[in-house]
Design a protein around this ligand. Structure first.
Ligand code: ATP
Ligand code: ATP
Ligand code: MG
Ligand code: MG
Ligand code: MG
Ligand code: MG
Ligand code: MG
Length: 245
């Protein structure tokens, strides 16, 4: 290859290989989704169309990148967990009556977690964030939509309140039991690969499942132990049925 006097710029590229033997987490987060969700008339606090589209898009990402062992999504963000040994979008009509005014874009960052415990704590951290945000947003939008408070009044009303206060406002003023809110809003979405049998020919096939389970307590990791042990044969699980598209 011919060398030119411009070659030297290559030296500006620093070695940036990710540390081996670590879990790699890539987290994307929608850029300016506060504005994007308002402009596109998202239902507040949780627009089901948008969450379904995020989940569907993340499934496509998992289909494309086989090294992703688990994904976790909430609000406008998704975390993709790549297996430690790793070497390394689609369009759908989810918004039937809403013209897209401009395309959504996402920022991304990569974080390395050397131990299983770090990875488990990372996912717990995101799910705790989901809980805190969703409890706040659910109370906020009840105060605005049913309580006729302005956004500012609702914000002031909630300032300094504890979780128990928000639960109490929801229950005593709006008859809402927070624990009965849709589990996807409360827990976010976990995408996992599972092997299931095709009832027609008894052959095993792999599918990506959306779950809304608790990640903070250890039950999840015992139930889905194949993730941390990388035991591909243990994926198989009769409990899971294929989802309709
Ligand atoms: P940044 O570019 O810094 O990430 P942002 O405006 O995207 O800014 P975030 O902190 O990421 O801010 O918050 C996401 C915003 O998008 C929140 O206001 C949230 O209410 C809204 N949003 C995201 N997904 C949904 C959804 N499914 N339904 C309703 N609102 C949503
Ligand atoms: P939520 O999105 O649920 O409202 P949040 O705004 O705290 O929560 P993020 O938007 O994911 O969460 O951002 C987390 C933190 O990282 C924020 O302090 C934000 O300013 C910072 N941050 C956002 N994007 C980047 C980026 N690309 N690189 C580095 N830091 C970032
Ligand atoms: Mg952000
Ligand atoms: Mg943010
Ligand atoms: Mg965002
Ligand atoms: Mg966000
Ligand atoms: Mg966030």
């Amino acid at each position: 290859m011919a060398k030119s006097k411009f070659e030297y710029v290559r030296n500006f590229e620093s070695e940036d290989n990710l540390l081996p033997n670590c879990w790699i987490v890539v987290r994307i987060d929608g850029k300016g989704f506060h504005k994007f969700s308002n402009k596109h008339n998202f239902e507040k606090p949780n627009d089901l169309r948008a969450l379904n589209l995020m989940n569907r898009s993340a499934m496509c990402v998992m289909q494309e990148y086989k090294d992703i062992v688990l994904s976790y999504g909430e609000s406008d963000e998704y975390s993709f967990v790549l297996r430690k040994e790793t070497d390394l979008f689609n369009r759908r009509d989810f918004f039937h009556n809403q013209t897209l005014l401009y395309p959504p874009s996402f920022d991304a960052r990569i974080v390395l977690y050397p131990s299983n415990e770090n990875l488990q704590d990372y996912l717990s951290w995101r799910q705790v964030d989901t809980h805190i945000n969703n409890l706040y947003n659910t109370t906020f939008w009840n105060l605005v939509q049913k309580g006729n408070l302005t956004n500012r009044e609702a914000q002031e009303r909630l300032s300094g309140t504890l979780s128990s206060d928000k639960n109490e406002i929801l229950f005593s003023e709006f008859g809402v039991n927070y624990n009965n809110e849709p589990v996807m809003f409360r827990k976010g979405t976990i995408l996992l690969r599972k092997k299931i049998t095709n009832p027609n020919n008894d052959k095993l096939r792999q599918v990506i499942f959306p779950l809304h389970e608790d990640l903070v307590h250890n039950k999840f990791w015992a139930k889905h132990s194949e993730i941390l042990t990388n035991n591909v044969n243990k994926f198989y699980n009769h409990e899971y049925e294929e989802l309709p598209d």
